[in-house]
Design a protein around this ligand. Structure first.
Ligand code: PEP
Ligand code: MN
Length: 262
């Protein structure tokens, strides 16, 4: 079945407060994998704001492979994330995995993230599309381009066009990296949908030393922004420490990115 709405004929810009995804400026989303405490997210928000980051990220509902791994602080974490946003003026993005939390996430977060594991969750896609917030739709880690396109179309079919796509790597035969970051998806998805496309090198690669070259690569091939995991103390992180940058590492990366001409 063909797409009826997202045909890529015109570029679509997605506005979040005074930011424009798909505009001139490349958007930087940064923050910890998970909100771990009030202090951790507020400290992160202040540091990242001072470095010029546009959007603060932080998971409160975490889709963990093991049921025994840290699952996120849930609604308590959402409260801390909101406080960090209010204190710094940074817009926030967080993942929602269940329909029952869409009301509260929609009221609290600027952007609702649909994570890789839920790209195929069609009832959730239909439900989130009814909310006014922009949706960041991550690529399923085994999703073909066509499947990802059709998930975006699920949102569009419900009337939603403020969608931001996020390439976050796909599973491959190679286990050196966490996933295979598919940068070809960036120009393809932009051409096919007209929607803004960002890249998440953190989950795409999983190795913090590779964040700089792959962030450069993502932006050079047309990504409208990137999302990077940054933690005050990655060695102590409850989730994804090995791919997280500390504040100094992130500052070095971002200072270099800001010098780039695209
Ligand atoms: C995340 O961004 O917090 C996350 C869980 O990523 P993904 O859904 O891409 O695995
Ligand atoms: Mn993570």
């Amino acid at each position: 079945m063909a797409r009826k709405i997202l045909k890529g004929s015109d570029p679509i810009q997605v506005k979040v407060r005074d930011l424009v995804f798909g505009g001139e400026e490349k958007i930087m989303i940064a923050g910890p994998c998970s909100v771990e405490s009030r202090q951790q997210i507020i400290e992160s928000a202040k540091a990242l704001k001072a470095m010029g980051v546009h959007v603060l990220r932080g998971g409160v509902f975490k889709p963990r492979t093991s049921p025994y791994a840290f699952q996120g602080l849930g609604l308590e974490g959402l409260k801390y994330l909101k406080e960090a946003s209010d204190l710094t003026g940074l817009p926030i993005i967080t993942e929602c995995m269940e329909e029952k939390y869409l009301d509260i996430v929609s009221q609290t977060a600027d952007i609702i993230q649909i994570g890789s594991r839920n790209m195929y969750n069609y009832p959730l896609l239909k439900a989130v599309a009814k909310y006014p917030n922009p949706v960041l739709l991550k690529r399923g880690f085994s999703a073909t381009i066509h499947e990802w396109l059709m998930s975006a179309e699920y949102l569009a079919a419900e009337g939603k066009t403020n969608i931001i796509l996020c390439e976050r790597g796909v599973r491959s035969m190679d286990t050196y990296t966490r996933n295979m970051l598919d940068l070809t998806a960036v120009p393809i998805m932009k051409m096919e949908t007209g929607l803004p496309v960002i890249v998440d090198p953190s989950h795409g690669i999983g190795i913090r030393e590779l964040m700089l070259p792959m962030t450069k690569g993502a932006l050079a091939c047309g990504a409208d922004g990137v999302m990077l995991e940054v933690h005050p103390n990655p060695d102590q992180a409850l989730c994804d420490g090995e791919q997280s940058l500390d504040f100094d590492q992130f500052k070095g990366l971002y200072d270099e990115i800001k010098q780039m001409k695209y």
